[in-house]
Design a protein around this ligand. Structure first.
Ligand code: PGA
Length: 251
């Protein structure tokens, strides 16, 4: 079963990158992926919106995929400052992260909004990466599995199939902190996520579940070896081509 889920290593650049550095990073990743010649894993970079088209152009032909970090729920209209899934697609994008904890916290995105964004991604022909994860308070109160279940049930649209989404488990307390759950904790969360998905869709066994939160070259091997972990969503370590490629190599 695990082998049927092609690992996805996704880099979330967040609000980082001016044109020159970002293009150098994208080119570095593209060169590494091209020379590795991987056909058994996928490598995705998610630059800030201003650089999507330029990065898509820079990695063309390398096999590196390009994703957005967010989208609006509507295809167009009077939404000053927002970007639709259709616009992402038009910029050369194939994936979009929805419901990242930073957006849930900073922008008040609820499960219902995240779900609508995943539907918007489908409408535009994009693959949504739906993010979920518990806070430290929730973990310490032993509520991790309940929180994940609520988030999945609220954020995954009906009509989901394994080909139409990726789920990323990102404990909020592990993001950007250098802290990671134990491999046993990751295994338990991922197994639970798959069980919950199993109640919602026919082919939950084929859904790719990414782990995210302080993944780096030195811990990627052990995190990616956990059963039910089918890739990584990488923040800080995706801003250096060598470090990001080391994670992709570990997949
Ligand atoms: P991090 O971020 O790798 O810097 O912890 C992960 C994420 O937010 O996707």
């Amino acid at each position: 079963m695990a082998r049927s889920r092609r690992p996805l290593i996704a880099g979330n650049w967040k609000m980082n990158g001016l044109r020159a550095d970002a293009l150098a990073l994208a080119t570095g990743v593209a060169d590494g992926v091209r020379s590795a010649g991987w056909s058994d894993r996928e490598v995705l970079v998610c630059p800030p919106a201003t650089l999507l088209a330029a990065v898509a152009e820079a990695v063309k032909g390398s096999g590196v995929l390009v994703g957005g970090q967010n989208c609006h729920v509507n295809p167009n209209g009077a939404h000053t400052g927002d970007i639709s899934a259709e616009m992402l697609r038009d910029a050369g994008v194939s994936h979009v992260i929805v419901g990242h904890s930073e957006r849930r916290t900073d922008c008040g995105e609820t499960d219902a909004i995240v779900r609508a964004k995943a539907e918007a991604a489908w409408r535009a022909g994009l693959l949504p990466i739906i993010c979920i994860g518990e806070t430290l308070t929730e973990r310490e109160a032993n509520r991790t599995l309940t929180v994940l279940e609520t988030q999945i049930k609220g954020s995954v649209p009906s009509g989901a199939t394994a080909a139409k989404l990726v789920v990323a488990y990102e404990p909020v307390w592990a993001i950007g902190t250098g802290k990671t759950p134990t491999t046993a904790e990751v295994a338990s969360a991922h197994a639970h996520i798959r069980r919950v998905l199993d109640g919602l869709m026919a082919d939950a066994g084929a859904v790719r579940l990414l782990y995210g939160g302080s993944v780096k070259g030195s811990n990627a091997g052990e995190l990616l070896a956990v059963g039910d972990v089918d890739g990584a969503l990488v923040g800080g370590a995706s801003l250096k081509a060598d470090e990001f490629l080391a994670i992709a190599k570990a997949a």
